[in-house]
Every structure is written in structure tokens, then in C-alpha cells.
Design a binder for this molecule. Sequence first.
Ligand code: AR6
Length: 165
Amino acid sequence: MTLKFVYQDITKMNVDAIVNAANKQLQGGSGVCGAIFEAAGWQKLQTECDQLAPIETGEAVVTSGGNLPASYIIHTAGPIYQKEGKDASELLAASYHNSLKKAVEKDCDSVAFPLISTGVYGFPADAAVKTAVKTIRQFLAKNELTVYLVFFDEALFTKSQELFQ
Ligand code: AR6
């Protein structure tokens, strides 16, 4: 089982696939999504996304990695915390699980996740890390894959390392 925490800009990750915290319309946006679109090549990635959109919350789809070091981008729409209420954790887990399934389908050995839904979508970070770790560990019990959970906040990274690693 390989789950590693890193404090890093996800667009710099040297892995087979990175996951994008997307919206259901797969429109290039702000936050980690904006950084990924910018680094991959905005127009070409948007054209690929337009052919796959829309998706459901918790679903995941795959595009090429464009100019990124990663070969693929797995786009998943995480839950909007206030909107989903009691279903938010389950939908967040579905985002991680379905993204991991796509990575395996594409024969990836390594995949990097941002903390889906913890920015604009308002999911409390501590609870989101807990759901991410639980879902990834369950998947790794049955699949050979190196998974990176990428933190963009150093304090949360340090705290999560202490709690989970
Ligand atoms: N590398 C790694 N993590 C990052 C980076 C980066 N370069 N930049 C930000 N983060 P958010 P969401 C972290 O808001 O809440 C977009 O407009 C950030 O600190 O990017 O799922 C989409 O198009 C936070 O912890 O995603 C959607 O419309 C985490 O990434 C909507 O926002 C996620 O924050 C999705 O909202």
C-alpha cells in the first residue's frame, strides 16, 4: 500500500496522472483547476473537456495531460459542501474512488490528487483529508498503485502527516 503526502504544486508532479478538482460542466476555472488548465494548455484541454461534459458529481473522466509532466488528467466534480449536506462525504469518497478506477483503467502506476472540494466548494479540510485517506487506503488494499495526496497549505500538510502517516 503506497499513499504519500506531499506539499507541492500538483502541476509539477511527475506521475502518470493528476486529478483535477473540476466542475460538472468541465469548464476551466479557478484554484487548482485554473493552475492545471494553464499548465496543460488551456484551449486544447477545454476542447477535450467539452467533448466529455457534463458529468455528475462524484464521476470522473480522463483527458490527455497536454503540456504537463503527467500523461493524463482525471477530472472529477467534487461535491459543493453546502448544497449536498449529509451526502457530501459519500460524494467526496465517490470522486476519489472513481478517479482511482480511471487511473487503473489507464494502466497508471502513479496518480496525484489535490484536496478535492476544499477550496471554492467549501468542504472542511480536516474532514476531507480523512475521507480521502480512508477511500484511497480501501482502494490500495486491492490495487497496486502509488497515490500522492497533494497539499497546498503547509500547516495542513504538517498536521495531516502527524495524524495519518
Ligand atoms: N496544487 C495543488 N493544490 C492546489 C493548487 C495547486 N496548484 N491550487 C489550489 N490547490 P479548489 P474545489 C488546492 O477551489 O473546492 C474551480 O473553479 C486548494 O488549496 O481548486 O474542488 C473548479 O473549476 C484547495 O485545498 O477546488 C470548480 O468550479 C484544493 O486545491 C471549483 O473550483 C481545492 O480547491 C472546484 O472547487
